[in-house]
Design a binder for this molecule. Structure first.
Ligand SMILES: [Zn+2]
Ligand SMILES: [Zn+2]
Length: 472
């Protein structure tokens, strides 16, 4: 068997690992690479293998850095099955359509801007930037999904039996267990996908690996210990109480899938328990609306606590039907500006780089009664990072604003495991695992985690470079 690390190698994004077994080619993930614009464009458009020669794809979860380049894979000739859980298939489908529409408008924006600058070739219609993929391309992916239940073994290619187990990261997320028989030899490869955390709201806890000879695992936060989710609940309550008391609005940039539903779930519980005043909660993002519907459609992914809450007649929806307004149209979104009373607005994008959140920030950032609440990691050079850094001069749509709103950061909402749980994850197969490959993480976290694992007696830990081939 050969494993080639074609993405999320020595970085977080663009997950893509190619396995060659018994003469068959199996692709784990087909993620979008996100980084500097030109480099991303080149990498995402050019696969290091011929997509038409791949026999099967297995997808761990719906996040774009794992699923986001599937439309391009299909466009370039892939025609095989895409194995994943029911909820991930469902969720990935709407996220890809949304992503297609973003790629289309990005390309259009660049082409218009170039034409304005008088680049004649562009005006003649030459060398136009083409979107990486369109909504139409994205719509072609759905027909290839072959979804299955958790823990249900299925044959992927001859000699390879796969099973998807709870990863506890986002709705539908899974680790991929591959039981392989090749030339009379049996081996188990355990691919972690993104590793979640215990006690996250809504979804079940991650399952620890067992019986694995080869472990491929993520290490995003290999150097960090998170606050626990209960502390975040209390901090969120304090932020809302304080802001409402001064008649302000709480503006929260949040990823439309996962974080938004967690926040709504927490706020719903606070309102029910009368821990916060009953102020309007608005989820303003067309994608977040769809994602919430999908959460409701997949109770099979929920943990016992959420199921109990769901069963209670009063709470016919744990994602806040009745208590929360979901705005779909641009008009509804704009109308929020005219409302003077305290409220909570949750909107994408999560790093405040695009989307409706920009309008809400623009309208609310100069009022000292308001709070901008940061609930996830913010990449360098994004507007979200500048807010998190408490900058006072903030540019939005090219216009400068003076930030007077308070900025609060809550660190405990991460959907990724911190160092202690990552170490526990690998240690679960101590004594049996022959090699651990760290992927989906920067050098610092990978180094810190491999030191931690070495201390625990796991020494065969590797941090493969992009396109490294290993033979097992
Ligand atoms: Zn993820
Ligand atoms: Zn990821």
């Amino acid at each position: 068997m050969k494993i080639t690390f074609h993405g999320a190698a020595r970085t977080v994004t663009g997950s893509q690992h190619l396995l060659q077994i018994n003469g068959h080619r199996l692709l784990l993930e087909c993620g979008l690479y996100q980084g500097r614009r030109q480099e991303s464009y080149e990498r995402n458009r050019n696969f290091p293998f011929d997509p038409a020669t791949i026999d099967a794809v297995i997808l761990s979860h719906a996040h774009m850095d794992h699923s986001g380049n599937l439309p391009h894979l299909v466009k370039k000739g892939y025609r095989g099955p895409i194995y994943t859980t029911h909820a991930t298939a469902h969720l990935t489908n709407i996220m890809l359509l949304d992503s297609g529409s973003i790629h289309e408008s990005d390309a259009e924006f660049i082409n218009k801007r170039r034409a304005k600058r008088g680049e004649a070739r562009i005006e003649r219609g030459e060398a136009r930037i083409e979107p990486l993929y369109t909504v139409e391309d994205a719509a072609q992916v759905a027909q290839y999904f072959e979804s299955s239940e958790y823990d249900q073994p299925f044959e992927v290619v001859p000699g390879v039996i796969a099973r998807l187990v709870d990863a506890g990261h986002i709705l539908g997320s899974a680790a991929v267990v591959l039981d392989i028989e090749e030339n009379g030899r049996r081996t188990r490869v355990w691919f972690s996908g993104d590793i979640g955390r215990r006690d996250l709201p809504l979804i079940r806890d991650p399952i620890l690996p067992s019986g694995a000879d080869t472990l491929i695992m993520e290490c995003t936060y290999g150097d960090k210990t998170h606050q626990n989710p209960q502390d975040s609940y209390v901090e969120l309550r304090q932020v809302v109480t304080k802001t409402v008391a001064r008649r302000g609005k709480v503006i929260i940039p949040a990823f439309a899938v996962g974080r938004t539903q967690e926040l709504v779930y927490d706020l719903h519980q606070m309102i029910d328990r009368r821990e916060i005043p009953r102020v309007p909660v608005v989820v303003d993002s067309p994608l977040a609306v769809n994602a919430s519907d999908i959460f409701r459609a997949h109770p099979e992914c929920m943990d016992q606590q959420s199921l109990d809450f769901l069963r209670d007649d009063v709470h016919h929806s744990i994602l806040g039907y009745g208590l929360v307004t979901y705005t779909r149209s641009v008009e509804q979104s704009k109308a929020l500006n005219d409302i003077e009373q305290p409220m909570i607005i949750i909107s994408a994008s999560g790093m405040a780089e695009s989307g409706r959140i920009l309008h809400h920030l623009r309208n609310n950032i100069e009022d000292p009664r308001n709070t901008v609440l940061i609930v996830s990691w913010q990449a360098p050079y994004t507007l979200g990072r500048r807010l998190a850094d408490r900058e006072t001069k903030i540019k939005i749509f090219g216009e400068e604003f003076t930030r007077r709103a308070e900025v609060v950061t809550i660190g405990g909402f991460s959907a990724h495991a911190g160092q202690p749980f990552l170490a526990e994850y690998a240690q679960a197969v101590k004594g049996q695992v022959k090699r651990v490959f760290l992927v989906h993480g920067e050098a610092g976290p990978a180094q810190a985690l491999s030191e931690k694992l070495a201390e625990a007696g796991i020494r065969q830990v590797y941090y493969p470079e992009l396109h490294t081939v290993v033979e097992i």
